[in-house]
Design a protein around this ligand. Structure first.
Ligand SMILES: Nc1nc2c(ncn2[C@@H]2O[C@H](COP(=O)(O)OP(=O)(O)O)[C@@H](O)[C@H]2O)c(=O)[nH]1
Ligand SMILES: [Mg+2]
Length: 215
């Protein structure tokens, strides 16, 4: 008998994720994905202070090791829980379920920062409303076409570090067209250091997603 291990693992994960989604009925859960160093934690540091004026926020931080990102988030005055996968290349729904009670009361918006990787996090449902992928200019123009699964499974993409565009050979319009070629309805946000308005747009969009879910 042939057993398709990958399908079996993903089905088990989906069952657990659906149980989480029941729990998350009244809150917005955003699974943040992207390569190591793309700027996932930095983007959270930019949007959380805006959103925290009106909403309670918590963050689950996934990392292979260390609690550095959770400490950065805790410095913003919001709750942060760290999951260390000790070598694992993605978070799964069981890991999220295992730490959700550490948060106490569920917040209005829960961010889950996934392990830095454009491959397997695309396939693991964590009970989230949607994935937001952070892509950064120094990674190069070719990443959406090389890792289409991540873009197909994301509701929004942030092209981060746009402040570096003048120093790089990077055609941002072409990259955006290629992302839309993979997923025509995707939202795209350009964010960069010293461009505050753009992270404010992302914060507004996330708040609108929460309001729509609760309407
Ligand atoms: N120039 C520039 N650097 C950035 C920007 N966002 C993040 N970085 C830098 O990129 C590095 C990785 O950021 P981090 O948020 O830790 O990435 P993560 O691994 O995806 O969470 C840090 O040194 C940040 O200061 C940006 O918009 N512009
Ligand atoms: Mg990080």
């Amino acid at each position: 008998m042939k057993v398709d291990v990958k399908t079996h693992v993903l089905e088990n994960n989906r069952t657990q994720a659906n149980m989480l989604r029941e729990k998350f009925q009244d809150i917005l859960v955003v699974n943040m994905t992207g390569s190591p160093g793309a700027g996932k934690t930095t983007v959270l540091e930019q949007v959380i202070p805006d959103l925290h004026k009106e909403y309670s926020i918590a963050v689950i931080e996934g990392d292979v090791q260390t609690s550095r990102d959770a400490e950065r988030i805790a410095d913003l005055g919001v709750e942060a829980v760290q999951i260390n996968t000790m070598g694992g290349c993605h978070l799964d729904a069981k890991m999220v379920a295992g730490c959700i009670d550490d948060l106490g009361k569920l917040p209005d918006i829960l961010f889950i920062e996934n392990i830095g990787n454009l491959v397997c996090p695309a396939e693991y449902d964590l009970g989230e409303d949607f994935k937001v992928t952070v892509l950064s200019v120094p990674e190069g123009e070719d990443k959406p076409l090389k890792y289409p699964g991540m873009f197909r499974n994301s509701k929004a993409v942030i092209i981060n570090k746009v402040d570096l565009l003048p120093h790089m050979d990077y055609d941002i319009e072409k990259v955006e067209d290629e992302i839309k070629g993979i997923q025509p309805h995707i939202e795209i946000f350009r964010i960069g250091k010293n461009t505050r308005e753009s992270s404010a747009l992302l914060a507004d969009w996330l708040a609108a997603c929460l309001k729509k879910k609760r309407a």
